[in-house]
Design a protein around this ligand. Structure first.
Ligand code: ACO
Length: 150
């Protein structure tokens, strides 16, 4: 587990993080919507029932508020002799806490989790504005992102 300044700690997401600001942190990334406590709990419980696939982590500050969040989804494939690929998703650090290397620590931890779980690679999609951040996290540019919107 990475070392942070006094009082900050990284741990798996918990049901009680609903009231500790988990959704507010994600608003630094995109639209979150009006998610009820029940909807939040059902989703986090589904992740907890599938621990080989879903790994969502939070960084808590000394006041016990969520200040960063991010996930790695581990996909089991047929190719590369039943290989696994990690997908890093939905990384966000509270605007007041950006620039303190919390994002870097979180990505390093998620990459280590991917390695521990047997992934042969970890991939993610990001805005060109974040390329520099991910280069500093040790990733390199590969391919193009495509999408089909519904
Ligand atoms: N461009 C270039 N370099 C950057 C950027 C950037 N956008 N952001 C940070 N860096 C650099 C920092 O200066 C630092 O460099 P240093 O080690 O030389 O000092 C290094 O990258 C590490 O930065 P951190 O302090 O760890 O970055 P932070 O904690 O602020 O987190 C993040 C970065 C996650 C992009 C944050 O700014 C954020 O939450 N932004 C809004 C939401 C967002 O865009 N999330 C990423 C979506 S992509 C996805 O989810 C897969």
């Amino acid at each position: 587990i990475p070392q942070f300044s006094e009082g900050y700690r990284l741990r798996p997401i918990e049901l009680a993080d609903y009231k500790r600001g988990a959704l507010d942190v994600l608003k630094n990334l995109t639209t979150v919507g009006d998610i009820s406590r029940e909807e939040f709990s059902e989703l986090v419980k589904m992740w907890q029932r599938n621990p080989e696939i879903y790994h969502t982590y939070v960084i808590m500050n000394p006041l016990d508020k969520v200040v960063a969040i991010g996930s790695i989804i581990i996909e089991a494939k047929l190719i590369h002799h039943c290989g696994k690929v990690g997908h890093i998703e939905d990384i966000a650090v509270n605007s007041s806490e950006q620039g303190k290397r919390l994002g870097l620590s979180l990505i390093r931890y998620l990459l280590a989790l991917g390695r521990k779980n047997g992934c042969y690679k970890v991939i993610l999609d990001c805005d060109p504005a974040n390329e520099g951040f991910y280069l500093k996290c040790g990733l390199s540019r590969a391919g193009y992102e495509m999408e089909y919107r519904f």
